[in-house]
Write a protein of this length. Sequence first.
Length: 85
Amino acid sequence: MIIRQYRHLGMRVLVSTQEPTVVPAKLLALCSFIVAHRFQSPGWLRALMRHVTVPELSLDALFAKVRACCFVLSPLFLVEEFSGR
């Protein structure tokens, strides 16, 4: 995968999608962080949850929070939550 070569060269790659379930698992595994904003489907959240650690909330509670604000997720931990309030 060419993205892996970019990382070795110290380059950054930005991937944007309106359908997170189509992003290959190999690509998600290489992500340093994921910005999740205004999700519209619990399925999208489930797809990302397989690749990153999410806060200790029920899926319904977490989905309600993601729909209301922006999350920056890392494969290791939740980095930041900002609701704009």
